[in-house]
Design a protein around this ligand. Sequence first.
Ligand SMILES: Nc1nc2c([nH]c(=O)n2[C@H]2C[C@H](O)[C@@H](COP(=O)(O)OP(=O)(O)OP(=O)(O)O)O2)c(=O)[nH]1
Length: 133
Amino acid sequence: MKTLEVVAAIIVKNREFLCMQRNKSKFSYISEKFEFPGGKIEKNELKHEALMRELKEEMDIDIIIGENDYFMTVDHLYPDFRIVMYSYLCQVNSLEFKLNDHMGYKWLPREELSSLDWAPADLPIVEKLIKEE
Ligand SMILES: Nc1nc2c([nH]c(=O)n2[C@H]2C[C@H](O)[C@@H](COP(=O)(O)OP(=O)(O)OP(=O)(O)O)O2)c(=O)[nH]1
């Protein structure tokens, strides 16, 4: 089975988390689900560099992400592929972004994160965010 290495950004502003809604997909289990923005790491890319590139491409966001912002790794088996997802936590004071690649978004406080229909691989991240305070 194919393994995808993915990076994702947990962006926090005024104690609210940026939750992005994926577009429709042929894979029902990720279609229109919520996720943390990011994408696949390309060959020879460092993880935090891949994440900055993806945020620029998908949302026109310029933020600096460093190895120190690492939050957790999720290893999840979907029916058609496996993903290993490295997440990074980024605090911002203000943020403008575009929806180049998503159908919508929500800013939610920690206690409301579990109300969304998340991509299954994101659930361990959401759980850890809810527990940490
Ligand atoms: N970016 C991101 N991907 C996630 C999350 N949760 C989750 O299961 N995924 C899955 C969905 C996709 O199968 C894969 C990431 O692919 P992607 O489509 O976002 O990445 P990409 O921009 O590099 O892809 P592409 O459209 O260029 O092929 O990881 C998440 O929180 N963020």
